[in-house]
Design a protein around this ligand. Structure first.
Ligand SMILES: Cc1ncc(COP(=O)(O)O)c(C=O)c1O
Length: 452
């Protein structure tokens, strides 16, 4: 009989899988180290168990203890699985940027989940770094894992992931590429592979909003490089002890948009349903194409599974909201399709300015067409009203006809967006679109900017 003693016995020995369509433009063999075959569906199972075993061995983790960690989800999953098998409790501290699926999954395997804001400094008491440390101080018989600075993280990859890649490629691997977060994967695998063959090149995939690339190239920790980003799992606003810059030959940065689009492409072109950092990794690999020659064997490691991103990179509405999917909008009709359910707000010539202002506030709009029985005869907008208010403080009691400016141009629904954009100038912020004899919609400068 062949079986594992428990689920932890199935960690590691993941397959290498050839990439095909997505890497057609590259001259070399590209192989994916496919880490979703681990029981927690990510590479992090490897280091989670190693960190626990090392802590058990030297007494930092005691029987019945509580494991506390700040985690983007995958390490938490690995820790939680091991905790279930070994009889510990887990508390995972997670940033609110992470997908809801990741939080639900952690709860499913018995972990308590504490959610912290993303956009605060690491030193802020609310940050997920500070919260994890505080919980560890307050919870009796607890152990704070700290995957960033805990070198058992790198050791796990030095002992298992690196040797597997070397053996599976029969020592022919020439390049290793991987997304960098704590740095454990790149540093452990990189060190092992370079010890076998110092000519192997190791590249890190970084993201815009993270400090790694600049720090590696200049030694400068540039705070200006730090800003919020969407890509999950990679990039940092700190330099974790697990990042060993000596084994890294270079970094390439991938945008949030490219990482998201390539996450979808991996599923659609290769049948590889993977997480967001896999999208970043494959796009980073394509960005580095000039580095590769015909006989090279390039290994790219994919960290986690697509199921954790179904509400995000695999949700077209989410992608569209962030401008990651560009719908082909060419005419007035395409633009107003977004607000057809909303009525056109107008004001009559005899109404007072105060009525127009109330309507602007109620509907959160900045301009209103003015009509009388003959049709549209003028328009008011907030900038114009403000200018007139400065001249005359009693403006709110004046009838609209006394303050309105020329009416918005009227276009047909088939008018191209380029033609509409030419109608905007300093005095004109909107156009009206004629849908039928008595039905109109409005397109504002803002609508056109969002489309562009
Ligand atoms: C999805 C995902 N990708 C990439 C990484 C980065 O791996 P490492 O922390 O080993 O640098 C992580 C871990 O933080 C991750 O969860």
């Amino acid at each position: 009989m062949e079986y594992a003693e428990n689920i932890l016995g199935t960690i590691g020995n993941t397959p290498l899988v050839k990439l095909n369509k997505l890497v057609e433009e590259l001259p070399c063999l590209v192989l994916a180290k496919y880490e979703t075959f681990n029981p927690g569906n990510s590479v992090k199972d490897r280091m989670a168990v190693k960190m626990i075993e090392d802590a058990e061995a030297d007494g930092r983790l005691k029987p019945g203890g509580t494991i506390i960690e700040g985690t983007s989800g995958n390490t938490g999953m690995g820790l939680a699985l091991a905790a279930v098998v070994k009889g510990y409790k887990t508390i995972c501290v997670i940033s609110d940027k992470q997908s809801k699926e990741k939080m639900d999954i952690l709860r499913a395997v018995g972990s308590k989940v504490v959610v912290c804001p993303t956009n605060v400094d690491p030193e802020d008491p609310k940050s997920y770094y500070s919260t994890s440390k505080r919980l560890a101080e307050e919870t009796p018989n607890s152990w704070y894992v700290n995957q960033y600075d805990n070198l058992s993280n790198t050791a796990a990859h030095y002992e298992s992931t690196g040797p597997e890649i070397w053996k599976q490629t029969d020592g022919k691997v020439t390049h290793f590429l991987v997304g960098v977060g704590t740095g454990g994967t790149i540093s452990g695998v990189g060190k092992y592979l370079k010890e076998q063959n110092p000519n192997i090149k190791v590249w890190g995939i970084d993201t815009y909003g993270s400090v790694f690339k600049k720090y590696h190239e200049t030694g400068i920790f540039d705070e200006n490089e730090i800003y919020p980003y969407i890509t999950e799992g990679i990039g940092e606003d700190i330099i974790p002890k697990n990042v060993n810059f000596d084994v890294i030959d270079g970094f390439t940065k991938v945008t949030d948009k490219d990482a998201a689009i390539y996450t979808q492409k991996l599923a659609k072109l290769e049948g590889m349903f993977l997480g967001n950092s896999a999208g970043a990794a494959i796009k980073g690999l394509l960005q580095l194409k000039d580095q590769f020659k015909k006989d090279d064997v390039v290994v790219v490691l994919f960290h986690d599974h697509g199921s954790r991103y179904v509400g995000k990179m695999f949700n077209d509405e989410w992608m569209r909201d962030r401008g990651f999917i560009e719908d082909k909008l060419t005419s007035a009709q395409d633009v107003i399709n977004n607000h057809l359910d909303k009525p056109l707000i107008t004001v009559k010539t005899e109404e007072l300015v105060s009525h127009a202002i109330e309507r602007m506030k109620a509907y959160k709009i900045s301009q209103i067409p003015v009509e009388d029985s003959s049709g549209f005869v003028g328009a008011v907008d907030e900038a114009d009203l403000l200018r007139k208010y400065i001249e005359n403080k009693d403006i709110s009691n004046l009838p609209i006809k006394e303050v309105m400016h020329k009416p918005f141009p009227i276009v047909s629904k088939n008018t191209p967006i380029e033609a509409i954009s030419k109608l905007f100038d300093r005095d004109n912020n909107a156009v009206l679109v004629k849908l039928s004899n008595d039905e109109y919609q409005i397109i504002t400068k803002y609508d056109i900017i969002s489309v562009l």
